[in-house]
Structures are given as structure tokens and as C-alpha cells.
Design a binder for this molecule. Structure first.
Ligand code: C2E
Ligand code: MG
Ligand code: MG
Length: 390
């Protein structure tokens, strides 16, 4: 980090800087006399780049990533305020996909719940049913028909209203609260999907994808919890998918392998979430019993920008094909992206183009239309580049 702040800036400003460890895995970097805001992001970029290199530790290569929050002195009068603002921005960076930096702005403060409030509030929130599951459709590329939903939790806070998961999941993940929360989301999603399948028989093949975090994967009770969620809801295992990120798998690959094998043996679908943003060991990827890769939305967003992201998407598609995995593209927002992904042979799409995550009753309305007409189409039928509808 020290070497990262030395290099000077584009604006040529003189600097007086401090790097400090403020506890655990948290560090503060203080940069004096910057001329442009971009000077701060240049330093952040350099730090991220240096940290992305592997560390040699006890003969092994270890990878870490960092999330950086930047607060400018214009946003706070006191040192405490400045640090708190940087902390707030850091949480936003974590939420937006880690290994990145974000500038603090006033809008963030209003929405951010303090860590203290989250830790104390969440246990109560689970008991008092303040958590709600939202559902985002996952569709086929050609006809935009719904194939399933991803379950995404929100916290309906009595005073603050609806809080997005980015504001509390990272904090929940630092303790066993995530295990309690994850169990609740799993049970609720299974119950809801089983109910929809019963109410709308044409939807018997709909699936629900539930996010599982690293701590849950290491928890020996996970398999039993999945079994009991299925048994109590009556949902069949083929209708349940579990999503996990590369880093949560690779963090403890040996033990995770055993857990995943047991889940696979139950016929549950296993998905790698946010693929391409973490570090995967390709040899593990081959040995782990995954069914689906979800390409991270950062690649989808950029794929029509002509900066190499399209090549990454193509390479991931090829990798998936040779590993016999299906592919879901996340964050599809434009018809152009839909079209391109369809041409590339992507199996499923998810994104605002089709629908934002919606509450159960809105999702149910989508199901109802599906039940009546045999399918539901969320976007106009795709027109391929040769001008023919498909
Ligand atoms: P994720 O699993 O990668 O979920 C996809 C996120 O991308 C969702 O954010 C979704 O709203 C957003 N998204 C979907 N389509 C688009 C699009 O077209 N454009 C853009 N810009 N964004 C799109 P959300 O709901 O805020 O969830 C954020 C993250 O919080 C999730 O990322 C997941 O990692 C975590 N999360 C949510 N629910 C749970 C849960 O029950 N358990 C655990 N462990 N994590 C959860
Ligand atoms: Mg997910
Ligand atoms: Mg994702």
C-alpha cells in the first residue's frame, strides 16, 4: 500500500500521506493535498492492482481482494466524520461487487444502516418476520419465457422501510447471523415455489435459485437444512438451485467439495454466481459438481462497449461448453445484449430488461399469466440481427 501512494499524480500535486492499519483487515490511507478527485481514485486503482497479485504464504499462493471507500475532505469536517464516510463508501464498494472503489456521497449516508443497528436488528428481524424475499425472473433468451426465479432477500425495516441486501448481507456474513438468515430465505423460497407449482400446474418446471454464502457452505448443518426445507415444503429437489460465488467455494474447497457432492446426490442444481470476478481454480471447477455458471453482470454491461468484455463472455461460454455447464447471463439491460447473448448460445438471461426483483405477489401475477397462456413473455419477442423474429 505504501508503494501505491508514492507514485505521484497526473496533476503533479505534492502529497503527504499516511497508511494505517485500523484493526483486523481494515486499513486507512490518508492522502494530503490532492488537486483532483481522480487523484484519489488513481491511488485506489494502484492499491487494488497490487493486492490482486498473489501472496506467497507457507508455500502457497493466496489471493485477497479489497474494497475501497473514498471520502473527500469536503464531505466531512472532523476526522471521525471522514472515516465514517469512507467506511460507508467501502460498504457500497463491497456491495457493488468487491475489488473496487467508490466515492462517498451524501445520498449514501441516508440509506446506510449502521453496523451496530444491523447486528442487533437482524436477529430480531428474522424472528419478527421483517425479512421478505423478492423474486427476479430468469428467462429463455429467444422467447423471454420465464424458467425460474432468483430469490433475493430484503429487510422491511419498521422505521427505515425496505433495505437492500447490500446494506446488511456483508455485515451478516461476518457472523453466524448469515446462517440464520440463509436458513430462513431457503425455507421461505422453497415454501413459496412449492405453493406456486401447486397453484399453477403448468409451472411445475419452474425453479427457484437461492444464494448461499461461504459461512453456510462451511456449516455442517447445511445439507440437513436443505433436506428439511424440501421435505417441509414438498418442493422437489430438481426445482431448487443453490448459488454460490467462486471465492466462497475456493476459500475452503476440500470441505466444500464433500458438501456439494452430497447436495448434488440429492439432485439439487448448483450454480456459480458472479462468475469471472473471483479467483477460480480451473481444476477444481472441473471436479466440483456444478450445473450452471452465472456470468457476472460487469461483463454483460460492457459487452457491447468494444473493450474486450465481449471476448471474455465468449471465452466463458466456451469454457462452460467444454465443462458441460449451462450459462445464465446476469444484468441484461438492453435488447442488444439479449440479442448478442442469444446468438452466442447463452441458456438463460436475467436482468432489468425482463424484470427487476419483485415481491411475491407481483411475481405471482407473472406466474398467473403464465398459467393462463402457457407461458409468459416479459419482453417483446426477440428480433435477431437478420431481421427475422425468433
Ligand atoms: P446476486 O446474487 O449476484 O444477485 C443479483 C443482483 O443483481 C441483485 O441485487 C439484482 O437485483 C441485481 N440485478 C439483477 N439484474 C440487474 C440488472 O439488469 N442491472 C443491475 N444493475 N442489477 C441487476 P440485490 O437484490 O441487491 O442483491 C445483491 C446481492 O446480495 C446478491 O447478488 C447476493 O450476493 C446478495 N443476496 C441477496 N439475497 C441473499 C440471500 O438470501 N442470501 C445471501 N447469502 N446473499 C444474498
Ligand atoms: Mg445470486
Ligand atoms: Mg450474481
Amino acid at each position: 500500500m505504501r508503494t501505491s501512494i508514492r507514485g505521484g499524480f497526473r496533476s503533479g500535486a505534492p502529497t503527504q500521506s499516511v497508511v494505517a492499519r485500523i484493526g483486523g483487515d481494515e486499513f486507512a490511507v490518508l492522502i494530503g493535498h490532492i488537486l483532483h478527485d481522480s487523484d484519489a481514485s488513481i491511488v485506489a486503482e494502484r492499491i487494488l492492482e497490487r493486492l490482486s497479485e498473489p501472496f506467497e504464504f507457507e508455500g502457497r499462493s493466496v489471493f485477497v481482494s479489497a474494497s475501497i471507500g473514498i471520502a473527500l475532505s469536503s464531505t466531512g469536517d472532523t476526522a471521525e466524520e471522514l472515516l465514517r464516510n469512507a467506511d460507508t463508501a467501502m460498504y457500497r464498494a463491497k456491495t457493488n461487487g468487491r475489488a473496487r472503489s467508490e466515492f462517498f456521497n451524501e445520498g449514501m449516508r441516508a440509506r446506510v444502516v449502521s453496523r451496530f443497528e444491523v447486528e442487533n436488528g437482524l436477529r430480531k428481524a428474522i424472528e419478527e418476520r421483517q425479512l421478505v424475499v423478492y423474486y427476479q425472473p430468469i428467462v429463455s433468451p429467444g422467447d423471454s419465457n420465464i424458467r425460474g426465479f432468483e430469490a433475493l432477500v430484503r429487510w422491511n425495516h419498521p422505521e427505515r422501510g425496505l433495505i437492500q441486501p447490500g446494506e446488511f448481507i456483508p455485515i451478516a456474513e461476518e457472523s453466524d447471523i448469515i446462517v440464520l438468515l440463509g436458513r430462513w430465505v431457503l425455507r421461505e423460497s422453497c415454501r413459496q415455489m412449492a405453493e406456486w407449482q401447486r397453484t399453477f400446474p403448468p409451472l411445475r418446471s419452474l425453479t427457484v435459485s437461492v444464494n448461499v454464502s461461504a459461512r453456510q457452505l462451511c456449516d455442517s448443518r447445511l445439507v440437513e437444512e436443505v433436506e428439511s426445507a424440501l421435505a417441509d415444503s414438498g418442493l422437489n429437489p430438481e426445482s431448487l438451485a443453490l448459488e454460490m460465488t467462486e471465492s466462497s467455494i475456493m476459500g475452503n474447497a476440500q470441505q466444500t467439495l464433500a458438501t456439494l457432492d452430497r447436495l448434488k446426490a440429492m439432485n439439487i442444481r448448483l450454480e456459480i454466481d458472479d462468475f469471472g470476478t473471483g479467483y477460480s481454480s480451473l481444476s477444481y471447477l472441473q471436479r466440483l459438481p456444478f450445473d450452471i455458471l452465472k456470468i457476472d453482470r460487469s461483463f454483460i454491461r460492457e459487452m457491447t462497449a468494444g473493450n474486450g468484455s465481449l471476448d471474455i463472455v465468449k471465452a466463458i461460454m466456451q469454457l462452460a461448453r467444454s465443462l458441460k455447464l449451462e450459462v445464465i447471463a446476469e444484468g441484461v439491460e438492453t435488447e442488444q445484449q439479449q440479442c448478442r447473448l442469444h446468438e452466442l448460445g447463452c441458456n438463460y438471461l436475467q436482468g432489468y430488461l425482463f424484470s427487476k426483483p419483485v415481491d411475491a405477489s407481483a411475481a405471482e401475477r407473472l406466474c398467473q399469466e403464465t398459467g393462463e397462456s402457457g407461458f409468459v413473455s416479459l419482453a417483446s419477442p426477440l428480433v435477431t440481427t437478420d431481421g427475422l423474429g425468433s
